[in-house]
Write a protein that binds this ligand. Structure first.
Ligand code: MAN
Length: 182
């Protein structure tokens, strides 16, 4: 008789007071879990905002429009993907797994013009070599566009990206100066 529980092994019925206390405890536990989940959500949100605020989006925040967007460039073998301030990747043109070429690292231009280039690093490990990384050169252009991608050295990639954010502002004209003085 495997499935029958002997009368003396059954759990005794709790008395009313104990049942009430268990209900109160269950309710308190539910409320704690709800509050704890909410706290975790808020912490994630705060971290995302902090990360965003820490980003250097240019002296006039001119690169902020690129955040949250992705750009593609397709050559003979691969489609290359750049999601500025996030990641770079490569996927075979005919379909297949996407390979990470690196995640956002830092600005990489020369000291006097650091917004000239970006570095993405710690991409997928290269067989018998370093992890993949990507150097993105920025150029002034009317459109935000990925215009070139190459692999100058094995697992070290180079992208060319044009953006109006790299075009210098026109000098204020004399007439507008005069206008302001009036
Ligand atoms: C893949 C691609 C190439 C890379 C080789 C290295 O085929 O990511 O770009 O050169 O791996 O093994």
């Amino acid at each position: 008789m495997l499935n029958t529980i002997k009368e003396e092994d059954k759990m005794p019925e709790y008395d009313e007071e104990t049942k009430r206390l268990i209900e109160v405890a269950d309710e308190a536990r539910r409320k704690f879990e709800d509050a704890d989940n909410k706290l975790r959500e808020l912490e994630n949100e705060i971290n995302a905002i902090k990360k965003y605020l820490e980003l250097d989006l240019g002296p006039q925040e001119e690169f902020s429009a690129l955040k949250g967007q992705c750009f593609e460039y397709t050559e003979r073998e691969y489609t290359y993907i750049l999601c500025p301030f996030d990641k770079t990747s490569q996927k075979p043109k005919g379909g297949g797994i996407e390979t990470s070429l690196g995640v956002w690292g830092h600005w990489y231009g020369p000291e006097e013009d650091k917004y000239d280039a970006m570095k993405y690093e710690n991409g997928q490990g290269c067989w018998n070599g370093p992890s993949r990384s990507c150097h993105v050169n920025l150029h002034c252009g009317a459109e935000n566009a990925l215009t070139g991608a190459s692999e100058p050295s094995r697992c070290e990639y180079q992208f060319e990206f044009t953006t109006p954010a790299r075009c210098s502002e026109p000098e204020p004209t004399l007439s507008s100066d005069i206008h302001e003085e009036l």
